[in-house]
Design a protein around this ligand. Structure first.
Ligand code: ZN
Length: 321
């Protein structure tokens, strides 16, 4: 592989610069980030076995007296573990610090390319050198605006190149979210499908319908195509009385979701008929929701620019909570 990403990179001419940072970043291209690093362990059968088990790779080439290491383990032999890499220079950390200062405080690994020149075998002692191969111009992605940094690690055994590992990250300034507040976020719509359409049709009529297996009579919720108890596909419905109690609950503080104002209580409600459903508990402050609290269904109408949406919620029965 001869071509590198830098072949296609634009040469920054003096005065060209809407982005003065780019030239400073480009100065790191070609600088080593690890020199004469050494693998912490020789290539060895136990690490190969663990890797194959984790990957579910049962290729017989990786077992027995003539075993080779899976080629994709290339990087594993160079990893520093908790105690860190050997041979590491400061160039890469400097480059990241420069980007941090410029507001590119987030990082995401984007891709990795490997090239294999000879197999590694148990007993091989690995050495490696890593270079900052390219730093891209400023790019805007869905995540935000930043720079792609590609490092190349050449892995050697007894001086012979065994493989090359290229690793690319995007170091970026996270895109700003739209300012909240102006247009109220729309409340997420239920996903209505063939299996649950009857439930939502009931909600539209302000009826809480529970599925019932016509073969064994078992009630079920959420709606499913078949009976968990006997496997029968035939069913009808019974209308719930709407009485129930809080079986369990959480109070949502974080993360915030548009259309929901934290903190709020989400309850797992056990209906009088015995099935359970997830819904909001209303009528008491979120801090007053308790297991066992009696509740009754109520259909709340939410209006937003998408139109009206009726949803079943559970109100704490008067005098409780
Ligand atoms: Zn059944």
């Amino acid at each position: 592989m001869k071509a590198t990403a830098s072949d296609g990179a634009r040469t920054a001419a003096p005065g060209d610069g809407p982005d003065p940072l780019e030239a400073r970043l480009k100065a790191y291209e070609g600088r080593p980030s690890a020199v004469a690093g050494r693998g912490k362990d020789p290539v060895n059968a136990p690490m190969i076995r663990h890797w194959c088990e984790a990957m579910g790779d049962t290729n017989p080439a990786y077992e027995g007296p003539d075993a080779i290491a899976p080629p994709a383990m290339l990087q594993a032999w160079t990893m520093g573990g908790l105690s860190g890499h050997t041979g590491r220079t400061e160039a890469y950390d400097e480059l990241l610090a420069l980007l941090d200062e410029a507001g590119c405080t987030s990082v995401v690994a984007t891709d990795c390319e490997q090239e294999y020149l000879r197999p590694l075998r148990p007993g091989d002692e690995v050495t490696f050198d890593t270079v900052i191969e390219t730093v891209s111009g400023r790019k805007t992605t869905k995540l935000g605006t930043g720079y792609f940094i590609t490092t190349r690690t050449d892995v050697r055994v007894a001086g012979d190149l065994a493989g090359t590992h290229r690793f690319r990250v995007l170091k970026y300034a996270p895109a700003r979210r739209k300012a909240p507040g102006k247009a109220r976020a729309r409340r997420p719509r239920p996903v209505v499908n063939r299996d649950n359409a009857g439930f939502w049709a009931g909600v539209a009529e302000h009826r809480l319908l529970i599925q019932r297996c016509t073969a064994c009579g078992t009630l079920r919720h959420p709606w499913l195509p078949g009976c968990n108890a006997c496997g029968c596909l035939d069913w009808d419905t019974v209308e719930a009385s709407g009485e129930g109690s809080v079986y369990s609950y959480v109070v949502m503080h974080h993360p915030p979701f548009p259309a929901f104002e934290p903190p709020y209580a989400v309850g797992l409600i056990e209906l009088a008929e015995g099935v359970r459903m997830v819904s909001n508990v209303v009528g008491v402050p979120y801090g007053k929701v308790r297991i066992g609290l009696p509740v009754r269904v109520e259909f709340l109408r939410y209006e937003d620019d998408e139109g009206a949406l009726d949803l079943p919620v559970f109100r704490v029965v008067e005098g409780e909570g």
